[in-house]
Design a protein around this ligand. Structure first.
Ligand code: SF4
Length: 227
């Protein structure tokens, strides 16, 4: 099977997705920038809250937490896990996420706090964050790509499914899919491509019944040609 990369460059796929999908990914970036104004740690909190839920619920949980507890590293260090959990209920899995946020705050504080998040070598920072219980590769890669502009491509369930359908990987391996998507779209486009692929996965390339005939990539996608 010829992969999508052999049929069209990443820049063309990106352009087609931009035109077909109404994704205001800069709004998301602006939200991150606003959080960054309070520090890198609040951005990490936002990414943890966004696990397994939609933007609306995770933003609501973030705002609740900001109002009741605070989202800065110092606020979380002082708060109890229960207080954090109560505030973030709209995000779902609130007990688990509260423990993760607290554990991340303690680990980061022990290594130098905000300075550690902003200045540590991205690869070493990635390893450290991955050692915090509840923090997975996707969470860390979103954080590193938006805050540190580091070359990591975050792979969620949509990106995994779509990369396999595009023939970019024949294995469901996080690291491999992350690497091929990064190579295909280029490090400078990783953040936008990540958001566009999520939108493609929600609208056309759904898990059960992909809408290939209407998909903007139908003439270059190897899975479409097989249908
Ligand atoms: S053509 Fe079909 S399989 Fe390919 S990306 Fe579009 S919806 Fe997914």
């Amino acid at each position: 099977m010829r992969s999508i990369a052999e049929r069209a460059p990443g820049s063309e796929v990106l352009e087609r997705l931009r035109r077909a999908l109404n994704v205001d990914w800069r709004r998301y970036t602006a939200l991150v920038a606003e959080r960054s104004g309070e520090g890198a740690f609040p951005v990490l909190v936002g990414v943890i809250l966004s696990q397994n839920t939609n933007d609306r619920n995770s933003i609501k949980a973030f705002m609740n937490l900001k109002e009741r507890v605070g989202v800065k590293l110092s606020d979380i260090l002082e708060a109890s896990v229960n207080d954090i959990a109560e505030a973030i209920k709209p995000a779902g899995l609130w007990k688990q996420k509260a423990e993760t946020i607290k554990a991340a705050a303690e680990a980061i504080n022990a290594l130098g706090g905000e300075k550690f998040l902003l200045e540590e070598d991205p690869k070493r920072l990635r390893e450290t964050l991955l050692s915090v219980r509840g923090v997975g590769a996707k969470t860390v890669d979103v954080f590193l790509s938006v805050v540190r502009k580091a070359p990591f491509f975050a792979v969620d369930t949509h990106a995994m499914r779509i990369a396999l359908r595009w023939g970019l990987s024949d294995k469901r391996s996080y690291d491999r899919v992350s690497r091929v998507l990064l190579e295909y779209f280029g490090p400078g486009n990783a953040e936008e491509a990540h958001r566009l692929i999520i939108s493609l996965g929600r609208t056309y390339c759904t898990a059960r019944s992909p809408r290939c005939p209407e998909c903007p990539l139908t003439d270059i996608c190897p899975s479409s040609l097989k249908l």
